[in-house]
Every structure is written in structure tokens, then in C-alpha cells.
Design a protein around this ligand. Structure first.
Ligand SMILES: Cc1cc2nc3c(=O)[nH]c(=O)nc-3n(C[C@H](O)[C@H](O)[C@H](O)COP(=O)(O)OP(=O)(O)OC[C@H]3O[C@@H](n4cnc5c(N)ncnc54)[C@H](O)[C@@H]3O)c2cc1C
Length: 380
């Protein structure tokens, strides 16, 4: 498939690249060093139309296609992986899910504000014993009056520091795993939500990841979609999220390649720039080729989502290929910069740490391989 971008997609890409250079890149090192959730940058991103990119215009979003969304996330990630993934969570895992499954009253209450960036969202699926095995939900939602009492513990909730609303998944029919999970829309300030441990992570350090202790009562109108059908919604949201994480990985990989090229051109050893040595050239050639191959898969997955085709396989392939290509790009960039890259505070050192998360969140590489294998074996 040869994907030609439209004039509108190209113009949006250019506009986001400019924003990424002028605003996001200026703050990337500080976000990494301080680990502070970048509320001001997210607000600026909202003003630039990056919080409800694919949300229909009637709900206050940008009404753009998934290809445009992927291009935007790649551009932002090239400047800051943290800002990019924060935007992925609020766009794909919260706003798109409410647009897809919410009732109009929920869209009025939450979606408009998410799409405008007046607020951002969080997605609370993972638990201490439900990581890759996300269907093993131990958080329970038990009928209480006209609603539900949700009790349990969620871990690694990205954006938790800045979010106003979370999609919380809980077990409504014990023993049925994915067939008995319900999604709820829960205001983060609701009594009974306690933000506990803040993750001190290797990379994407300003993501505001926190654990949540829950003992919270919600009304029936806070059920997102249908009771017991929440796990399907989680997998639906993660399909879009994986395309966006593939784009995030590409952005990180591109940044690593740019650093490697610049260094190889200017660093002289044995009287010549190291770019003149074949060992270095081959590393650059491999990085560029693998990132380009991953970009094709990512755009294909985004285009499949635009065509409303079922894109489970494409999304998993894109995430797997892009995250592993970007990991290799950061690793080889470190090799090319050597001590200059290994120094704490260097851009390559940040990219090297940031990229690792793309092989873990929204399904590990092993989880993507399980999905792909089940598809190719016809067992899915
Ligand atoms: C920075 C960051 C942000 C995150 N943000 C969020 C968020 O916003 N919301 C949220 O809900 N979660 C979030 N997570 C959690 C993330 O989704 C999980 O970490 C991920 O799904 C893996 O789960 P785990 O860490 O428990 O690993 P485990 O599931 O314990 O896996 C450990 C290892 O075993 C492998 N493994 C597990 N099962 C199998 C199997 N059957 N076959 C082969 N290999 C297997 C895994 O691939 C991995 O290599 C975040 C995580 C990180 C690091």
C-alpha cells in the first residue's frame, strides 16, 4: 500500500511539527529531569487542537482522521515522549471511548470538555495482579442502591496527576473474567478515590502515573456502555491506542536517528568524521530502514481504522514493529554517540530510557505477538 497524504493531513502535520519544536521541545528536558506532570504543555497542546483530534466536530473535537492523529503523535513524540503518551491516553483511551460507547448525556458531561482539552482523562485497567492478564480484574463493582460501589486497587494510571475523569474497569460478574467486567466514568475528585504511590519511572518521567485505591460509589448513569461489556470496550480503546503508541515510538526513533546523524557528521576520529566509516553508516542505514518499514505499518493500521475495518492485527503489528525499531534506533544512537550519549542529561540518554516503555504499555511486545499469532493461526 502506498499512502499518499492529503493536503489537509500535510498541513496539520506541519502545524503540529511547528508546535512540537516551538513549545514541546523547549520543555522536554525539564519534564524528564523534574518528573513533573506537564499541565502547562498539555494545556498548550489543547489550544493547538491536540486533545480531541479524532473526536467529531459536533462534540467539540477536531474531526480529523486516524492518519492525521498518528502523524501528530509522531511529531510530538519526536520532541517529548512524555507529552505524546499523555495525549494518547486522553485522546484514544478516554475521549474516543466515550465518543464510541457513551450516551449523549455522558458525551455532554465529559466528551466536550475532553475534546477541548478543558480536562484530560485517565484509563484505569491495570491492577497488581492484572497486567498482561488484564481480564483478571480483582476490583469489584457491587450493586448499591441506584448504583455501584467500586472497591479495589489500580496501578500505573497515567495522567492520574492531572486527570479530571477516569475510565475505571471493575468486575461485575465474578468468575467470568472478560465477560463480567464493566467500565465506569469516575470523576477523579470523587470521594473514595485515593491517589497513592506515584511511579518513579525509568522514562516518560512526567506522565503522572499513580496507583489508585478505590472505595467509591457511582450512579447507574456512570456506566460506560453496557454492564458486563466493559472488557470489550477496553480492547476497542487499546486498538486505537496501539496505533498511537506505534506513532509515539516512531517519533522517539526519529529523534534518535537525527541525533546519531548529527553526531556522526561532526565527530572526528582517526582524522575523519565517524560518518565516513562503514560500521557507522550501516547502523544509520539499518535504523532508517527499520523505522520506515514500521512507519508503513503504522500508517496502514491508521488507515484501516479510518476505513472502520477491524484493525486488531494491523494495530498489534504496528506497535510491535515500531516499538522494537525505535528501541534499536535509540540503542544504536547511543552506540554512535558513545560517551556523549551515555552522559546523564544528553538527549540520547533520555530517548534510550523513554523508548523502553513503548514495548510495555498498552500491551507488552509478548502480548502483541500473542494477538498476531492467534490471528495467523486462526485461533482468535
Ligand atoms: C509508563 C507506564 C504507563 C502505564 N500506563 C497505564 C495506564 O494508563 N493504565 C493502565 O491500566 N495501565 C498502565 N500501565 C500498565 C501496563 O499496561 C502494564 O505494565 C502492561 O500491561 C504489562 O503488565 P505488567 O507490568 O503487570 O507485566 P506482567 O503482565 O507481569 O508481565 C511480565 C512479563 O511476562 C510476560 N508475559 C505475561 N504473560 C505472558 C504470556 N501469557 N506469555 C508470554 N509472556 C507473558 C510479559 O510480556 C512481560 O514480559 C502502564 C505501564 C507503564 C510502565
Amino acid at each position: 500500500m502506498i499512502l499518499e497524504l492529503t493536503a489537509e493531513q500535510l498541513a496539520f502535520k506541519k502545524q503540529v511539527e511547528q508546535f512540537a519544536r516551538d513549545v514541546v521541545a523547549q520543555r522536554a528536558a525539564f519534564i524528564d529531569k523534574s518528573g513533573e506532570f506537564p499541565s502547562d504543555v498539555i494545556r498548550a497542546a489543547a489550544d493547538a487542537g491536540l486533545c480531541g483530534i479524532t473526536i467529531p466536530k459536533i462534540w467539540g473535537g477536531g474531526g480529523r482522521d486516524y492518519v492525521s492523529y498518528a502523524l501528530a503523535i509522531e511529531a510530538i513524540a519526536k520532541a517529548s515522549a512524555t507529552v505524546a503518551v499523555s495525549l494518547v491516553v486522553t485522546n484514544s483511551l478516554v475521549a474516543e471511548l466515550i465518543a464510541h460507547a457513551g450516551r449523549d448525556q455522558q458525551r455532554e458531561r465529559w466528551l466536550r470538555r475532553l475534546a477541548s482539552g478543558e480536562m484530560i482523562g485517565a484509563f484505569a485497567l491495570s491492577e497488581p495482579d492484572a497486567g498482561t492478564d488484564a481480564a483478571n480484574q480483582q476490583t469489584t463493582a457491587v450493586r448499591a442502591g441506584d448504583g455501584y460501589r467500586i472497591r479495589g486497587r489500580k496501578v500505573w494510571v497515567a495522567n492520574a496527576e492531572g486527570a479530571a475523569v477516569a475510565v475505571v474497569f471493575a468486575c461485575t460478574r465474578p468468575g467470568l473474567r472478560g465477560q463480567g467486567v464493566t467500565a465506569f466514568l469516575v470523576p477523579m475528585e470523587a470521594p473514595g478515590i485515593t491517589r497513592t504511590a506515584r511511579a518513579d519511572s525509568l522514562g516518560v518521567r512526567g506522565l503522572g502515573c499513580m496507583d489508585l485505591d478505590l472505595d467509591v460509589t457511582v450512579a447507574d448513569d456512570q456506566v460506560l456502555g453496557r454492564v458486563d461489556q466493559g472488557f470489550r470496550l477496553a480492547t476497542w480503546a487499546l486498538q486505537g491506542g496501539r496505533v498511537a503508541i506505534a506513532a509515539q515510538a516512531l517519533g522517539i526513533g526519529e529523534a534518535a536517528l537525527a541525533e546519531a546523524i548529527a553526531h556522526a557528521r561532526q565527530r572526528v576520529q582517526f582524522g575523519k568524521p565517524i560518518a565516513s566509516y562503514q560500521a557507522i553508516q550501516w547502523m544509520l542505514a539499518d535504523i532508517a530502514t527499520e523505522l520506515e518499514a514500521a512507519r508503513m505499518l503504522t500508517l496502514k493500521a491508521a488507515a484501516a481504522k479510518d476505513l472502520q475495518e477491524k484493525s486488531t492485527l494491523e494495530a498489534s503489528m504496528a506497535k510491535l514493529a515500531a516499538s522494537e525499531a525505535a528501541h534499536k534506533a535509540a540503542d544504536k544512537a547511543m552506540q554512535i554517540l558513545a560517551s556523549a550519549g551515555y552522559r546523564r542529561g544528553s538527549t540520547v540518554e533520555r530517548l534510550f530510557r523513554d523508548v523502553r516503555a513503548t514495548e510495555i504499555y498498552q500491551g507488552t511486545s509478548e502480548a502483541q505477538r500473542m494477538i498476531i499469532a492467534a490471528k495467523v493461526l486462526g485461533t482468535a
